[in-house]
Design a protein around this ligand. Structure first.
Ligand code: ATP
Length: 324
C-alpha cells in the first residue's frame, strides 16, 4: 500500500505545517472571515495525509495555503526544512517544482485549446526542466507514466474521458518531478470504476516516485482506502488526527463522531454495527469474482440481501454485483 517514512530511510517530515491561519479580509458587506485557525500537521516522505471535513470546513484553503497559493495571516510552512512563508518570489518559484496541485475537476483543469503536448510542455518551459529538444520525449515519458499512449499527445482535451483527462492532469503535475502533491478531491468528479483506477494510479506513482500527498476528500471511504493518516477539519481547525484505523474506529472528538455516524465507513461489519443491523446472509458472490466490482478494489463480501443492497450504494460504499 502506501509507503511510510521509515521505508524511505529518512524520518524527518517532508512537509511541516504549524499554526497556519488564513483570514479573508472584509469586503463590501462581508466581514473579515477566518477560514483557517492554527492548523498544524506533518507529512513524512512517501506518506499520504488525508484531510476530511464537511463542505466549507477549510480543506481547499489549507491545500492552497500550504502551496503558498493563498496569502496566509500567520503560521509556518516548511518543505524540505525550508520555510516557504518567508521566501522571496524568485525563491518560491524555484521551490514550486517540488510541490504541485491536482484539482478536482479534470474538465475545467485543462485548457480546451491546448493540445496535450502543449499542456505538458508548459511546466517544462516555466521551470526550465529539460532542454527544448527534449520536450516531446519528456511528454511521451509523462504519458507513459500515467499509462496513456504517447501517440495521443497532439490531440485536445475534449477527445478524452474524465478519467483520461485526470491522468493528463496528474502527468502535468508530475512534469517537473515534484515530491509533494496536494490532491484536492482528485476523484470526486469521476464515476466509481474510474475513481478506483485513478486511486490505483496515485498509489503506484507514489511507490515509484516516493511522492508525499495531502489528499483532500469528503468521501471517507476513499480516504480509508488511500491514506494511513487522517486529519479531520471542522470550521477551519483540525479537531482530530491520527492513523486512519485509530480515527475511524475510535473517533474521540464529537464532530468526528458525527461525521462518521452520518457517513458510514467502508468496513461492512463496522458499518452494520453502527447501523445496528443484523449480520448479513452468507455472501452470494465471492470477493474478487469477475462479476463483482467495487470502487475500492477488493470487495470484502457481497450479499443479495436487501439490507446490504440498501446500505451499499447510499453510504459511500459503492459496490456493483450480480446477485445469484
Ligand atoms: N476568497 C475567499 N474569500 C472569502 N471567503 C472564502 C474565500 N475562499 C474560501 N472562503 C471561505 O472559507 C471557508 C473554507 O472554504 P474551503 O473552500 O477551504 O472549504 P472546503 O472544506 O474545501 O469546502 P468544499 O469541500 O466545499 O470544497 C468557506 O466558508 C468559504 O466560503
Amino acid at each position: 500500500m502506501i509507503m511510510g517514512a521509515s521505508q524511505t530511510g529518512d524520518d524527518s517530515p517532508l512537509v511541516e505545517v504549524r499554526d497556519l491561519t488564513v483570514t479573508f479580509p472584509a469586503r463590501s458587506r462581508h466581514p473579515a472571515f477566518t477560514a483557517l485557525n492554527g492548523v498544524t500537521f506533518d507529512i513524512a516522505r512517501g506518506e499520504t495525509l488525508g484531510l476530511v471535513g464537511q463542505s466549507g470546513s477549510g480543506k481547499t484553503t489549507t491545500g492552497r495555503a500550504v502551496l503558498q497559493l493563498q496569502k496566509i495571516s500567520r503560521g509556518s510552512v516548511k518543505l524540505h526544512g525550508r520555510e516557504l512563508t518567508a521566501m522571496r518570489a524568485d525563491e518560491l518559484r524555484r521551490m514550486r517544482r517540488h510541490m504541485q496541485f491536482v484539482l478536482q475537476n479534470p474538465y475545467s483543469s485543462l485548457h480546451p485549446r491546448m493540445t496535450i503536448a502543449q499542456t505538458l510542455t508548459e511546466p517544462l518551459i516555466v521551470h526550465q526542466a529539460v532542454t527544448p529538444a527534449r520536450y516531446r520525449e519528456r511528454v511521451a515519458e509523462l504519458l507513459e507514466l500515467v499509462s496513456m499512449d504517447p501517440a495521443i499527445m497532439d490531440r485536445y482535451p475534449h477527445e478524452f474521458s474524465g478519467g483520461q483527462r485526470q491522468r493528463i492532469v496528474i502527468a502535468r503535475a508530475l512534469a517537473v518531478n515534484p515530491d509533494f502533491v496536494v490532491c484536492d478531491e482528485p476523484v470526486s468528479a469521476l464515476d466509481v470504476r474510474t475513481q478506483a483506477q485513478i486511486v490505483s494510479l496515485l498509489h503506484s506513482l507514489q511507490e515509484k516516485l516516493k511522492l508525499s500527498y495531502l489528499f483532500i476528500a469528503h468521501d471517507l471511504a476513499i480516504v480509508h482506502e488511500v491514506c494511513r493518516k487522517v486529519a479531520v477539519m471542522y470550521r477551519g481547525e483540525i479537531v482530530e488526527k491520527g492513523s486512519v484505523s485509530q480515527v475511524y474506529d475510535n473517533p474521540t472528538h464529537p464532530y468526528t463522531q458525527m461525521l462518521f455516524d452520518s457517513a458510514p465507513v467502508l468496513d461492512p461489519s463496522l458499518q452494520r454495527q453502527r447501523l445496528r443491523m443484523p449480520p448479513p446472509e452468507p455472501a452470494t458472490l465471492a470477493a474478487g469474482h469477475p462479476d463483482s466490482a467495487c470502487a475500492f478494489g477488493e470487495i470484502h463480501a457481497v450479499s443479495s440481501t436487501p439490507a446490504w443492497h440498501e446500505v451499499a450504494p447510499g453510504h459511500g460504499v459503492s459496490c456493483r454485483y450480480r446477485p445469484a
